[in-house]
Design a binder for this molecule. Structure first.
Ligand code: FE2
Length: 207
C-alpha cells in the first residue's frame, strides 16, 4: 500500500498553468493553449512516466533525467519527453498576460551590457526563432557572465551545454499554427511585444 502511494507520488505531474487558458488571448488563443498545454505538454509528461517506470530514471527529477540522457542514443525517447516536459513548463512561465514592455532594472542593465539595447536583444530572439529550421526553441540564456540568445532543435535545452536559461519561446508549429498558420514571425513578434515575461527572466538571473 505505502509503496503504491510512493510510486504515485514520484510520478512527474503536469504543473498547472500560471494563468487561465484564455489569459493570453488574442496573442495566443484559448484554443491554442488548450491543445498545447492539455494535449502536447500532457503527452510529454504521460509518455515520460511510462518510459521511466521501473528504470534507473524513475524517481529522478526532470533536470537529472535530462542531464543523464542528453546525447545518449539509448535513451533518446526519455530525453525528448523529459526535456519537452521541462521546456514547456519553462515556456508557460516565460509568458504572462500584459507582458512585454521594459525589463526590470537589473535585467535591463545586463541586457544592455550584452546586446547594447533591449530592442537589439528582442531582434536577436526574433531572428533565432524565425531562422530555426523546423521545430525547436529560442532562448535567452546566461552563459558565464554574459547574456546570449541561442536556438535549439526539437527538445534540446541549453541546460545540457552549461548555460542557464532565462526565458524561452516555443517555435514548434503546435505553438502557433491555429492562430498564425505559417506566419511564425508574426507569432514571435507578438509574443515579444505583448506576452514576454521579463520578470521571470530577471528571477532566473538570480542577481
Ligand atoms: Fe510546444
Amino acid at each position: 500500500m505505502s509503496n503504491k502511494i510512493n510510486a504515485k507520488a514520484s510520478e512527474h505531474i503536469l504543473p498547472p498553468l500560471p494563468y487561465a487558458a484564455n489569459a493570453l488571448d488574442p496573442v495566443i488563443s484559448a484554443r491554442t493553449l488548450s491543445f498545447h498545454y492539455g494535449k502536447h505538454h500532457k503527452a510529454y509528461v504521460d509518455n515520460l512516466n511510462k518510459l521511466v517506470a521501473g528504470t534507473k530514471f524513475a524517481n529522478l527529477s526532470l533536470e537529472k533525467i535530462i542531464a543523464k540522457t542528453a546525447g545518449k542514443a539509448t535513451s533518446t525517447a526519455i530525453f525528448n519527453n523529459a526535456a519537452q516536459s521541462w521546456n514547456h513548463s519553462f515556456y508557460w512561465s516565460s509568458l504572462k498576460p500584459k507582458g512585454g514592455g521594459e525589463p526590470p532594472a537589473v535585467l535591463k542593465k545586463k541586457i544592455e551590457a550584452s546586446f547594447d539595447t533591449v530592442d537589439a536583444c528582442k531582434k536577436e530572439l526574433a531572428t533565432a526563432a524565425t531562422s530555426q529550421f523546423g521545430s525547436g526553441w529560442a532562448w535567452l540564456v546566461l552563459d558565464g557572465t554574459k547574456l546570449k540568445v541561442v536556438k535549439t532543435s526539437n527538445a534540446d535545452v541549453p541546460l545540457t551545454k552549461g548555460m542557464k536559461p532565462l526565458l524561452n519561446i516555443d517555435i514548434w508549429e503546435h505553438a502557433y499554427y491555429l492562430d498564425y498558420q505559417n506566419r511564425r514571425m508574426d507569432y514571435v513578434d507578438a509574443v515579444l511585444e505583448k506576452l514576454i515575461n521579463w520578470e521571470f527572466a530577471a528571477d532566473n538571473l538570480g542577481q
